[in-house]
Design a protein around this ligand. Structure first.
Ligand code: KG4
Ligand code: ZN
Length: 357
């Protein structure tokens, strides 16, 4: 079965074609990726310091068809070879979701194919199955994206249990807001992580929020405020030496990254202990963070669990994860997909409510 995946939930237009044959034959799942196209709108939104929903929707409209052509050309397939269409149904920006949903539904209806709406986070949390080492069910997923921070127990395809989540800002949001405070462009996650590599550890005593709360929830807004307070204190000193300013930014970035990584690692370890799971997967945009990966690897050695990652380029939003999740869902529910004409979207959507029975 060849599944077309369409992702348009936020500021990336992603299209991909996935062939389920390797998965069914027990070969590495990444072998099923036939072709993909991705366009990031980051440059377009940068001037505004964040995503402008209306601009995002319009750009998805412009990009989606050329990206489909690109994916088909790369995979040497024709439209007639597609067996099903998967699209991100939610959560995300309503207008952006509508573009992908309308496109997918129209295509499916025109070609008389089944279509399936996918939860964006399910796409992220199954993407480590496309990596070099494959986690075994049940596993714990640490989902850290621009909009979400969650720990989930994944018992199988469509079997997800929320163990804990952020009470305020998402991890990616904390990265982006802190980056802005340090004068870095949106979205600052990758930039702040690079800057932190030049910083010295332990120069600032930033909080590690909810580290000892005893549960698996998170809170990051206080950390951002602590960074803000440090920047205010520093600007009161009226320092003009550019080297000193650069060192201050790097040291503060380092303390910020150290704090956030310590909390994410500790809570993941707790989730593993409490559920008895031996496999952890890291998913979502913040999963590209090298400090977090290194800390999780170290912790895995120490506590004897395995940690798995999606391929680096599939950490942030993409069409492959939606095609893949659509394919696995269709196999798991015997192609029980939606042939109806409506293109309902779910801008707010609880993943567990979409579990398979
Ligand atoms: O999963 P994603 O592409 O989009 C959402 O579904 O939200 O995640 C985007 C987030 C942004 O907040 C971005 O700053 C963050 O992932 N991010 C990173 C890194 N690369 C992307 N955060 C920390 N370190 C990185 N290397
Ligand atoms: Zn995402």
């Amino acid at each position: 079965m060849i599944v077309l995946g369409i992702e348009t939930s936020c500021d990336e237009t992603g299209v991909a074609l996935y062939n389920t044959t390797p998965w069914e034959e027990g070969k590495p799942a990444f072998q099923g990726i036939l072709g993909q196209g991705l366009h990031s709108q980051i440059a377009m939104h940068r001037d505004y310091g964040g995503v402008v929903p209306e601009l995002a929707s319009r750009d998805h409209i412009r990009r989606v068809l050329p990206l489909l052509d690109q994916s088909l050309a790369q995979s040497r397939l024709k439209m007639a070879d597609i067996d099903a269409v998967a699209f991100t149904q939610g959560p995300g920006l309503a207008g952006a979701l509508l573009v992908g949903s309308a496109f997918a539904k129209a295509l499916a209806q025109g070609l008389n194919l089944p279509s399936i709406g996918i939860h964006h986070l399910e796409g992220h949390l199954l993407s480590p199955l496309l990596g070099q080492t494959v986690p075994k069910f049940p596993f714990i997923a640490l989902l850290v994206s621009g909009g979400h921070t969650q720990l989930m127990k994944v018992s199988g395809i469509g079997q997800y249990e929320l163990l804990g989540e952020t009470l305020d800002d998402a991890a990616g949001e904390a990265f982006d807001k802190t980056a802005k405070l340090l004068g870095l462009d949106y979205p600052g996650g990758a930039a702040i992580s690079k800057l932190a590599q030049q910083g010295r550890t332990g120069m600032f005593d930033l909080p590690k929020p909810m580290l000892h709360s005893g549960d698996m929830d998170f809170s990051f807004s206080g950390l951002k405020t602590a960074v803000l307070n440090q920047t205010k204190k520093f600007s009161e000193k009226n320092i003009s030496d550019t080297n000193e300013i650069a060192q201050f930014h790097a040291d503060l970035a380092r303390s910020f990254v150290d704090s956030i990584v310590a909390v994410l690692v500790s809570k993941s370890e707790k989730a593993l202990k409490q559920t008895g799971c031996k496999h952890l997967v890291l998913a979502g945009g913040v999963g590209a963070n090298l400090q977090l990966r290194n800390a999780l690897n170290e912790n895995a050695m120490k506590h004897r669990f395995e940690v798995h990652y999606p391929p680096f380029e599939l950490c942030t939003d993409n069409g492959v994860m939606i095609a893949f999740a659509g394919a696995l869902r269709m196999l798991a529910q015997n192609n029980d997909s939606n042939k109806s004409g409506g293109f309902d979207i779910k801008p707010r959507w609880d993943l567990q409510s979409n579990n398979l029975q």
